[in-house]
Design a protein around this ligand. Structure first.
Ligand code: NAD
Length: 321
């Protein structure tokens, strides 16, 4: 049995959702809708998929939709889609621009009994999957996510746009409540925080240090985990290269370190992610990234951002005092 899927919003990322969906067996591309008609027509003719004149027209012909519009529009689009029909939803990350809006999305999804998956794409990176399979007991985590400036994603602070990827991964890895968060951050180009460095301490003693910037000269996506059993994982999300080490302590002599490197296959993470969504819809099983996961990541991201703004205010007051 196949599934009819439509894409709402075919800007930078949505065009790839539409392309990838045409490549997944069992998926019938019902069409695309974008409020920018010219953009919709251009993408539709390039991919040879139907273009729809309205969201209503698209939803009428779908079993599921993928929503890839700017974050501030997510809630209003989910509300409109679900007021028309109980279609399953793949929603890009972050789930929403506020906890209140995220709650609205979660409660509508529950009410309509639909499957909701949120686009925390790094969960489908094979290097991260290998780290998760090893079931580390993290003691210290270091994440660095740096990008050069571009206008996309700047409707929300960098913590909610970029750091939220690492926050979601850290919450997946560390099975403990957060104890304290300390942050420094500053706007550079936008009115929001554009660069932030957070220390997140968990009740079980794990410390995560997370740096995110959208005003850097080069791109970097590094993630390191030191665990309590002497294991070390260092992943480059872009190259999918995972370096691993295991330290064995030998009383009376130097520690022994076993090292290894693995380079993972290049299957497009977006394809894995959307295939996983399709398979969850077809089998009726829970998605790999649930709305509740996305809500938790947003909750921590908003708190990190609030603390960054607070520390910036203190710093500015000191400067003017
Ligand atoms: P974009 O600005 O390039 O594209 C958004 C598109 O949505 C545009 O074509 C716009 O015309 C259309 N649009 C806006 N409002 C609409 C509406 N009400 N109805 C229909 N279409 C509408 O943005 P983007 O960079 O593609 O980002 C889209 C979403 O994807 C955001 O939520 C962003 O956070 C997310 N994103 C996720 C990742 C990831 O790593 N998972 C990467 C990039 C973007």
């Amino acid at each position: 049995m196949g599934i009819r899927i439509g894409v709402v919003g075919v800007g930078y990322l949505g065009q790839h959702h539409a392309r990838v969906l045409t490549e997944i067996p069992g998926v019938e591309m019902a069409g695309i809708f974008d409020e920018d008609e010219g953009r919709a027509r251009e993408v539709a003719s390039r991919l040879q998929v139907p273009v729809k004149k309205s969201l209503t027209e698209l939803v009428r012909e779908c079993d599921a939709v993928s929503i890839v519009t700017p974050t501030r529009t997510h809630t209003q689009i989910v509300e409109k889609v679900l007021s028309q029909s109980s279609v399953h939803i793949f929603l890009e990350k972050p789930i929403a621009d506020s906890l209140e809006n995220a709650e609205k999305i979660l409660s509508l999804a529950r009410e309509k009994n639909i499957l909701l998956q949120v686009g925390h794409i790094e969960r489908f990176n094979p290097g991260l999957e290998a780290i998760l399979e090893a079931k580390p007991k993290p003691a210290y985590i270091e994440a660095q996510r740096l990008s050069s400036f571009g206008i996309r994603g700047t409707d929300v602070p960098v913590v909610v746009d970029l750091m939220i990827h690492d926050i979601d991964i850290i919450l997946t890895l560390v099975n403990s409540p957060i104890q304290t968060i300390r942050v420094v951050g500053t706007p550079v180009i936008t009115p929001h925080i554009d660069i932030a460095n957070a220390w997140i301490e968990f009740e079980n003693g794990c410390l995560a240090q997370v740096l995110s910037s959208r005003v850097s000269l080069e791109k970097l996506r590094k993630f390191r985990v030191f665990d309590r059993e002497g294991r070390y994982f260092s992943l480059n999300f872009d190259t999918r290269e995972l370096s691993e080490a295991k330290v064995t302590l030998n009383p009376g002599s130097l520690p022994h370190i076993d090292r290894g490197k693995r380079l993972f296959d290049a299957e497009e993470p977006l394809k894995k992610e959307l295939k996983s969504f399709v398979s969850s819809v077809l089998s009726g099983t829970a998605p790999k990234v649930t709305g509740a996961d996305a809500f938790e990541a947003l909750k921590v991201a908003l708190e990190v951002n609030r603390l960054a703004e607070e520390s910036l205010k203190r710093f500015q007051q000191m400067g003017s005092g």
